[in-house]
Write a protein that binds this ligand. Structure first.
Ligand code: ADP
Ligand code: MG
Length: 378
């Protein structure tokens, strides 16, 4: 999903008002009836009709006709726009540059703030795997089903921001969180390479024990990263590792905590064996090495990312995992079925992590950013 910053520059305040009306209407309606949009936007002379058409043409909203009534829903493009607009208003983003990463469920862009500081914008893209293909016996989506890509992406961003903030404030090596809106997080740009791309280190043993200590220190604070691998560890030029990517973190009180902890440890052991030929008999064990001393998991919950939200997101993530485990042909036929309803949600073929890393390197060197807001708007 391309983030089209240029298109964002030329939106009138009336269009913005209509777009906002669609977002507000989405809180209670899967498909927001056209009349409701007009009603919320409160434009004189029924002016919203043409604007709705324009927004749809620019793919910020999408017309849905197969419902009981005609109406519109927000697209990722529209949701991106709303989030960016909020960041611009707060001064946390002024311009958008190159894409430096695309995961299965996120897009990463280089951005700059008002003072020209380079930052990273991470947009969550949950729902690239279509929701109706998920055999949902559980009720976590409830009546949200079709709007859920929006809700789930927002939950993932909220979670990422909440964990990053608590970790950063407690001295963990993570990017500084800067801002949060909807499905987007703005954070510090780390000038570093993913461990995946590091072929040699001066002292593998030292890095190994630093990473293992980090896993243990997290657990002593009540947390498990859950995806502690060579893609989510960035190595600065001075050799210092920085941890990123937090939407799957779990508490050490989680019923499967030991499993997640050991999996994180195993990831590092395997990587060091394969990449550096480094093996150690020393590695942390959940039962032996983890004595919880602090409750950052509780702190996160208190920060506004509630237990209920955590559970909803986890249920989603588990279903996605089950879905991924199914065979591919099965998935394809199911997503065909979907395409009608989910037109604006891109079903991209994910690139390999290596391709992404390559791209990221290229892009990082072309660090130009373009202003989002036109002069007249400022
Ligand atoms: P995903 O959830 O898609 O895996 P990540 O948060 O792991 O997303 O980010 C994907 C890639 O983008 C990372 O591997 C890294 O190369 C780059 N990246 C993400 N955040 C930052 C950051 N703060 N600074 C520099 N690069 C980053
Ligand atoms: Mg990652």
């Amino acid at each position: 999903m391309k983030l089209d910053a240029k298109a964002l520059r030329y939106m009138s305040s009336e269009e913005f008002r209509v777009l906002t009306a669609v977002e507000m209407g989405s809180k209670n309606h899967e498909v927001v009836p056209t009349a409701l949009i007009a009603n919320i936007a409160q434009l004189r002379h029924g002016g919203s009709h043409k604007l709705v058409g324009d927004l749809a043409k620019n793919k910020l909203i999408a017309r849905v006709q197969n419902a009981k009534y005609d109406g519109y829903r927000l697209t990722y493009g529209g949701y991106d726009y709303l989030a960016l607009k909020t960041f611009v208003k707060r001064g946390s983003v002024y311009s958008v540059g190159n894409q430096i990463g695309v995961g299965k469920e996120s897009d990463i862009y280089l951005v700059a703030d008002d003072d020209d500081n380079q930052l990273v914008l991470k947009l969550q893209r949950l729902g690239r795997v279509s929701f109706r293909t998920i055999k949902s016996k559980r009720d976590y989506l409830q009546k949200r089903k079709s709007a859920s890509w929006m809700y789930m992406s927002r939950l993932a961003a909220m979670k990422e921001f909440a964990f990053m903030k608590v970790l950063y404030e407690n001295g963990f090596p993570v990017p500084e969180p800067v801002d949060l809106s909807r499905h987007c997080v703005v954070m510090e740009l780390i000038d570093a390479f993913p461990l995946r791309q590091v072929d040699e280190v001066a002292d593998p043993g030292k890095l190994y024990s630093e990473l293992m200590s980090l896993i243990v220190r997290l657990a002593q604070h009540g947390l498990i990263h859950g995806d502690f691998n060579e893609f989510n560890i960035l190595i600065k030029s001075n050799g210092v590792p920085i941890l990123i990517d937090f939407p799957q973190m779990v508490s050490t009180s989680h019923p499967n905590a030991e499993y997640y902890f050991n999996r994180d440890v195993e990831c590092i052991r395997t990587f060091f064996r394969r990449r550096f030929g480094y093996e150690s008999v020393l590695y942390p064990k959940f039962k032996l090495d983890v004595n919880r001393e602090f409750d950052l998991d509780v702190q996160v919950a208190a920060s506004g990312f509630s237990k209920k939200m955590q559970d909803e997101l986890e249920a989603y993530q588990e279903e996605i995992k089950e879905h991924e485990d199914e065979d591919d042909s099965d998935q394809e036929s199911e997503s065909d079925e979907e395409s009608q309803d989910e037109t604006s949600i891109p079903q991209v073929a994910p690139k390999t992590e290596e391709e992404l890393a390559e791209e990221r390197l290229k892009n990082l060197r072309l660090g130009n950013t373009e202003p989002i807001v036109s002069e007249s708007e400022e």
